[in-house]
Design a binder for this molecule. Sequence first.
Ligand SMILES: Nc1ncnc2c1ncn2[C@@H]1O[C@H](COP(=O)(O)OP(=O)(O)OP(=O)(O)O)[C@@H](O)[C@H]1O
Ligand SMILES: [Mg+2]
Length: 370
Amino acid sequence: MLDDVRNSTAVASASAAVQEPTETPALEPTRRGEATREFEAFLHSRIVGQDAAIEAVTEVYQTFLVGMNPPDRPVANLLFLGPTGSGKTYVVEVVAEALFGNRHAFLKIDCAEFQEHHEIAKLIGSPPGYIGHSQTPPLLTQEALSRWHTDKTKLTLLLFDEIEKASETLWQLLLGILDKASLTLGDNSHVDLSQCMIFLTSNLGATEMSGLVEGGIGFAAHPVVADASLDEKIARTALEAARRKFAPEFMNRLDKTVVFNTLRPEQLEQILDLELAKVQQRITGAAGRAHFTFRCTPEAKQWLLKEGTDPKYGARHLKRVIERNIVYALANLVATVQVAAGDLVNVSLGTGGLVFTKAPPLRDTGSVAD
Ligand SMILES: Nc1ncnc2c1ncn2[C@@H]1O[C@H](COP(=O)(O)OP(=O)(O)OP(=O)(O)O)[C@@H](O)[C@H]1O
Ligand SMILES: [Mg+2]
């Protein structure tokens, strides 16, 4: 066997020697396959300002697609750190949408729900003979992991959210999963997690981070641009907090740690457009309801942005402001038949806030379903 290896090495170096004089064009090891490029483009179309996370997931996906992910380990173990509302959970949802056309197509374990030792039974089931053994179908079964598999994609997205809240028992279990991709259930059966892309999220260091953000971006009085140095400080804060809290054997099992950036005003502006488009999709997709169109003037958008910007809560606050000021108002207009199918609703800014008016119908309203 060893001889074979030596021989093949000798042949390889001999052929390398033969080929050296002729100019072989350099290969392009950073070029990606078409499916991966499409995947990456989809992520970019949905996720704003978190390129490091997109890059990490894309690299892993490319490796998985050609079957070169490490054997007997999960496809990847990725830790997402960073401020609240910056897109950590959202990235997993978008990956699910890209792979399975459904943003819920992943298995999520809320670590906060397993803080007590006995609660681990919800995850792995309890041993036979224990009270409630048969009533507690565990969350982490082989079947649950393959629930979203398709003929094309046998990959499971597994998310452990808020890992800093996990109990010691869950930690031990997690360490095994991250290292060996295997888990023993209460009934002694084995679960194979080698087809799992594992995401772990935490907003450890959130208080320090929001201190930095508020001092960094500031409001009205001293608006300082959030720049690369702020991102660097945030990254350092998050990583230090993670190293303080998590044992080295955990950090060692991670393939990549990504610290999410605080969203900047121009990024929130892009997210506003994405979120308004999602509201429009809700209207168009709502079965049996009025399929109308709405549009916001630039001034109305600026107002929403101003109301929706709170560096402490990231994009989550912006979404709430859209919900309260646009969705609720439109829902009332529909319920009272002030707006009906085919209408075009204009949202502008008046002296006391947003003003809703009906614009003349769009030329192509014929295509809008009744
Ligand atoms: N980078 C982003 N690009 C586009 N939309 C975003 C982004 N970040 C957040 N959002 C929007 O804000 C919502 C909340 O973000 P998300 O739940 O991912 O926050 P998080 O980082 O997981 O926060 P937490 O640490 O509190 O769990 C998302 O559902 C999404 O609609
Ligand atoms: Mg989250």
